[in-house]
Design a protein around this ligand. Structure first.
Ligand code: SF4
Length: 286
């Protein structure tokens, strides 16, 4: 039997197709991950991505019956079974902190996104998880223009869900380099405003060091200026919950891995100070 710790993030540990448990240091408990991208496909190809064999594409259609069964069975095991004992989880981590839609790829690329969320919420509500726990959607935000995704966010909002919206850079050159996507800054800004207008939205930003591309790092002055302008523009139109600044905690599984490294906490803190001047709360983690 495997032990589940803050360091062991093996997604196959319970042998389910869609559901995986993570003991999270950040949240101090159990995060129940839901992965629609069982084909390891994403519409972006971030250089720091930890998805193995990442390919460009969308999530395959979800088997809703299987997803519902896996979720109910897992929640039953956690809430009324011996899950915590079997995986030797520390006493103070034996609490469900969040249900996180966070795939091996972009989760909003799944067909019938809203319907899939409905199934998840139905099963979670039936299980009667003790409060407080949080629904979280971790997304690159690039598909916010899809009506079905917008409906999903409205549903998520009714259950006090949060969107964690990826903004690693606010320039086209930066996105082309770091996220390997051609999405425009205008589109990125509109997507972020749309997300924030539909559901509580946190900006999540991975700050990294990319050898040979120091000028494109978010620690460079022009990149930081563009990032702060983007946040400012969004705040003029809508509310953001805050910003999460973090660096690469685990090795990239992409071809650029050898050039990618983590930045220092002090560098993140310095940047956090500038973001806080916009009136936003900032969480820093390395
Ligand atoms: S958006 Fe997420 S899943 Fe997609 S490539 Fe980037 S880090 Fe990987």
């Amino acid at each position: 039997m495997s032990q589940l710790t803050v360091k062991n993030h093996n997604r196959d540990v319970i042998g389910f197709k869609y559901i995986y448990p993570v003991i999270s240091r950040r949240s101090g408990g159990l995060s129940i991950g839901i992965n629609f991208n069982t084909n390891n496909a994403c519409n972006w190809a971030c250089v720091y991505c930890q998805v193995p064999d990442l390919s460009i594409g969308a999530a395959p259609e979800v088997d809703l019956g299987l997803l519902a069964r896996e979720l109910s069975d897992f929640l039953q095991d956690v809430l009324h079974g011996d899950f915590y004992d079997r995986f030797e989880i520390e006493r103070d981590k034996r609490v469900i902190k969040d249900i996180a839609i966070s795939g091996n790829g972009e989760p909003t690329s799944v067909k019938k996104f809203n319907r899939v969320l409905q199934v998840i919420i139905e099963r979670v509500e039936q299980a009667n998880i003790p409060d407080p726990f949080q629904y979280v959607l971790i997304t690159n935000g690039s598909l916010m223009h899809k009506p079905d995704v917008q409906k999903g966010l409205q549903l998520f909002n009714r259950y006090k869900g949060q969107v964690w919206f990826k903004v690693d850079t606010a320039t086209e050159a930066g996105r082309s380099l770091i996220n390997q996507t051609a999405i425009s800054t205008q589109q990125q800004q509109e997507n972020l405003m749309l997300s924030a207008s539909l559901c509580a939205t946190w900006v999540q930003t991975c700050v990294l060091s990319y050898a040979g591309h120091e000028q494109d790092s978010l620690l460079s002055k022009p990149e930081q200026a563009a990032y702060l302008v983007l946040l400012e523009k969004v705040l003029q139109n809508t509310k953001l919950e805050g910003v999460m600044l973090y660096s690469v905690a685990r090795p990239s599984l992409q071809a650029q891995a050898n050039s990618i490294s983590s930045v220092k906490e002090a560098q993140l803190e310095e940047m956090a100070g500038k973001v806080r001047l916009l009136g936003l709360q900032v969480r820093v983690s390395v």
